[in-house]
Design a protein around this ligand. Structure first.
Ligand SMILES: [Fe+2]
Ligand SMILES: [Fe+2]
Length: 184
């Protein structure tokens, strides 16, 4: 598959790792919503914002110096997770919320998973990615079904979830190709 080819997951093009955003796309949200609904949205956005910080750090610390395909794909995944992190930070402020002050703890968790798996080698890098992303898509699914999102935010969450599915598939394919090489 060429790098330029469109990769569709559900309604979303996951070959776009940093979608275009215009100034007018920033909106002030939450007006007229019930306190209960706002509470659920806040909790969901804080969880997603923190998880994406962890995810971007995992990939950041998995990237090695060799100019190979794995490292190229890890850089793309890091960029994609930075986009997700940005998505939820913007949404938090649009709603008048603030990021969680304890999210640095997840920065450390991301570093430990990322750097730890890098020390263990390529298979550990890929298996860590598959494991973390599988947890992420479940978390996304749970938040999509349990929270009454506004339409713009729902679309962002769906796109980001589609990206996470894309990551799982990419790491699974790479793992398979490595395992096929090892066999006689
Ligand atoms: Fe993500
Ligand atoms: Fe991801």
């Amino acid at each position: 598959m060429s790098n330029q080819e469109k990769q569709v997951m559900g309604d979303y093009d996951i070959s776009i790792i940093r979608p275009q955003m215009r100034g007018e796309d920033v909106g002030l949200r939450g007006h007229g919503m019930s306190a209960e609904r706002l509470k659920a949205i806040k909790k969901g956005l804080l969880a997603l914002h923190t998880l994406e910080l962890m995810a971007s750090n995992i990939y950041k610390f998995q990237i090695g110096r060799e100019p190979n395909e794995l490292n190229r794909q890890l850089i793309a995944a890091m960029c994609n997770e930075m986009t997700h992190y940005q998505d939820f930070q913007v949404k938090l402020y649009e709603y008048g919320f603030r990021p969680g002050v304890l999210r640095w703890a997840y920065w450390i968790v991301g570093f430990v998973f990322g750097f730890g798996s890098r020390l263990l080698g390529t298979k550990a890098i890929l298996k860590t990615g598959i494991w973390v992303e599988t947890k992420a898509v479940h978390h996304y699914a749970q938040l999509l079904s349990s929270v009454e999102w506004d339409e713009d935010t729902r679309k962002i969450i769906e796109k980001d979830q589609a990206d996470e599915y894309g990551h799982i598939n990419r790491w699974k394919n790479l793992l398979q190709s490595i395992q096929a090489e090892v066999k006689p």
